[in-house]
Design a binder for this molecule. Structure first.
Ligand code: GLY
Length: 375
């Protein structure tokens, strides 16, 4: 069958890439054990968000990456670093007012993974508290989960990736409320954030009283009406994950629609994702968008019928191979794997970002046949 045959055709590259990941990460698992890395300093070594920035939205990716690698290899160094990450992150749970929509990124990948892989009851409880906090951000009039703490009426496409924490909570305690809130938010995002052509709006500003959308905002993309590639990748992967958790066909169809837009924007750029698909043509890349989208494309390929699988699996591998060749650092003198991430159009472009490494590794593990879904 096509999926398995195409994986076989690429097996040598997939296995070699995983071996390089394991070699590098088994070293940094030890050297960065007491850090919550975001990027690297001028010396190529991981920075550290513990202390003042313990609630930074990306702080779960390092521990999450360690659980992914532990699940595949059984190497105890990965487990020790993942557990240490969870200890460091507990500092983010002490103040209700700093909780936000990124609770899934921050805690589901670490505490959720710990519970699922080891049965740790403390981790289960922490993740349930976080799910409850996330659910408490639901706006009943607008049927959406509020994004940042400083703007009551804003929703962002990124929140699609935090919904799996709610699906998990419903399953684990047998209570559908969390799932219903997640689905209401996904239904809103399908209408308000995904345009008819498959491009994606980063921010919608709603009236918090009656919920209607007042305006859309360009956010981290090129501008109003543009097509920020990481936003598209959050939608692509987020909708297929919502489909996996709910089997609602509209979510699969939406993931496919966004995928078609994403794939065509990469195909004309030698499979390297630009920061924004609707911006002047120039060499401005965001590798993180490519890694996130590759994960989503692989999941779509698994979900669609046989004669549709190539449409998604071939571009996923094309993107990963192009980025591995052009953007990855396998050099032992650096702590990162995937370079050329971009925080936003015009801000902190072409830097390594920790979730680039997370999603790149997650995609390679999927291609290796890993059954563990951290979402
Ligand atoms: N979730 C924020 C970002 O993608 O940069």
């Amino acid at each position: 069958m096509f999926y398995d045959e195409y994986i076989e055709k690429n097996r040598e590259w997939i296995e070699e890439t995983f071996a390089k990941l394991d070699k590098k990460l088994s070293r940094t698992a030890v050297s960065s054990r007491n850090k919550l890395p975001y990027t690297v300093g001028p010396d190529g070594k991981h920075d550290d968000k513990t202390g003042q920035d313990v609630n930074w939205w990306t702080n779960g990716f390092w521990g999450g990456l360690m659980w992914l690698m532990y699940e595949k290899t059984g190497n105890e160094d990965y487990k020790k670093t993942a557990e240490r990450s969870e200890e460091l992150l507990s500092g983010a749970l002490t103040d209700y007012l700093i909780q936000d929509h990124d609770s899934g990124f921050r805690h589901h990948l670490v505490s959720g993974a710990n519970y699922r892989l080891t049965g740790n009851e403390g981790s289960k409880s922490r993740n349930l508290y976080c799910a409850a906090t996330l659910a408490s951000r639901y706006n009943i009039s607008g049927k959406y989960i509020r994004a940042w703490n400083w703007r009551e009426g804003w929703t962002i496409i990124d929140t699609m990736m935090n919904l799996p924490q709610l699906y998990w909570a419903s399953n684990v305690i047998g209570d559908t409320r969390f799932k219903k809130i997640a689905m209401a938010h996904a239904d809103m995002a399908m209408v308000e954030h995904v345009r008819a052509d498959g491009s994606v709006v980063h921010i919608c500003s709603h009236d918090p009283e009656d919920g209607h959308v007042i305006e859309t905002i360009g956010g981290q993309g090129y501008g109003v009406g543009s097509a920020w590639s990481r936003g598209a990748s959050w939608a692509l992967y987020g909708f297929i994950l919502s489909y996996i958790h709910t089997e609602k066909q509209d979510y699969l169809d939406t993931a496919k629609k966004v995928a078609h837009y994403f794939i065509s924007g990469c195909a004309i750029n030698e499979w390297l994702p630009p920061i924004d698909f609707r911006a002047p043509i120039e060499p401005r890349y965001d590798s993180t968008a490519g890694a996130i989208a590759a994960c989503g494309l692989i999941e779509i390929a698994k979900a669609v019928p046989e004669n549709e699988k190539a449409t998604y699996l071939i571009p996923a591998i094309n993107i990963l191979k192009a980025m591995e060749e052009k953007f990855c650092s396998w050099d032992e003198s650096t702590d990162y794997v995937l370079g050329m991430g971009s925080e936003a159009y015009g801000r902190c472009e072409h830097i390594p970002i920790i979730y680039g490494d997370f999603f790149f590794a997650e995609a390679i593990l999927k291609l290796l046949g890993s059954e563990f879904n951290p979402w």
